[in-house]
Ligand binder design. Structure first.
Ligand SMILES: [Zn+2]
Length: 267
């Protein structure tokens, strides 16, 4: 009996991994098309160089990368390894969330949130922008979910007031940092996209969450920044997109890394 349950569980983990990798494949399309303001639904994916539409059997997540060695079947242009990693990573995240939450609202919430973070991260890396639409939708859903769960008297991370305060605190604090930085150094260091993104996060995690996300984000950002300067990849003036570190900071906060390391006992 136990064996049957275990193998059933492994099977379902596999199903959610495949589901996640398919979503990852779609996220790759979003990352490429959203900044160009092209529809994410139609037309179907095509090679960016030769324009030949990609057949379904060449568009299988993870597998197609190995069959085609990361190249276009027709013109041979190297598409790169990033698609593969995103498909793998989103697949693993889906399986992990299923193992934690089963088929539930929590699964849906965290999986959608994680998918949005992947899209924000890679659009920021590619274009140094964070689409306003994503941040505004994020703020609205954060506040509405908090309101909904408060009215329904169900457990949620933040209540309505905490969500509003988190939004104002997250956005306001980063806006102030951006403003002060510009006043002192007379150049732009922090984009307004980061300000709105932090407002979005604040609406979901409240003031306490904002503090952790900023702490993790600044910590990871400075480690990578210093490493890049040491290895000659960047100068003091190289603008490093901050969005990806904020996204990573949010993931670490949601994983409650600070509880794992007994962070509270330190401060
Ligand atoms: Zn091609």
């Amino acid at each position: 009996m136990l064996e049957a349950v275990m193998s059933m569980h492994a099977y379902m983990l596999g199903v959610f991994f495949v589901f996640g990798s398919l979503v990852g494949s779609f996220l790759n399309v979003c990352i490429y098309r959203v900044p160009l303001a092209v529809s994410i639904v139609a037309p179907r994916s095509r090679c960016n160089r030769c324009g030949v539409p990609i057949a379904w059997y060449d568009n299988l997540p993870i597998i197609s990368f190995f069959i085609l060695a990361g190249r276009c079947r027709f013109c041979g242009v190297y598409i790169g390894v990033r698609h593969f990693w995103i498909e793998l990573f989103v697949g693993l995240a889906s399986a992990f969330l299923f193992s934690q939450y089963g088929v539930s609202f929590e699964f849906l919430y965290f999986f959608v949130f994680f998918s949005v973070l992947i899209v924000v991260t890679f659009i920021d890396i590619d274009h140094q922008i964070i689409p306003d639409g994503i941040s505004y939708w994020g703020m609205a859903t954060g506040v509405l979910l908090a309101l909904h769960f408060e009215i329904a008297q169900m457990r949620w991370d933040v209540d309505f007031a905490q969500s509003i305060l988190g939004l104002l605190f997250g956005g306001g604090l980063l806006w102030f940092v951006a403003w002060a930085y510009e006043k002192v150094t007379l150049r732009e260091g922090l984009g307004f996209g980061d300000v709105k993104l932090m407002g979005f996060f604040g609406a979901h995690v409240g003031i306490e969450g904002v503090c952790f996300v900023l702490f993790y984000g600044a910590f990871l950002g400075s480690i990578v920044g210093v490493a890049m300067m040491i290895f000659g990849q960047a100068h003091k003036r190289t603008a490093i997109p901050f969005g990806p570190y904020l996204c990573l900071g949010l993931v670490l906060y949601e994983l409650r890394i600070h509880e794992l390391f007994g962070f509270w006992s330190v401060v």
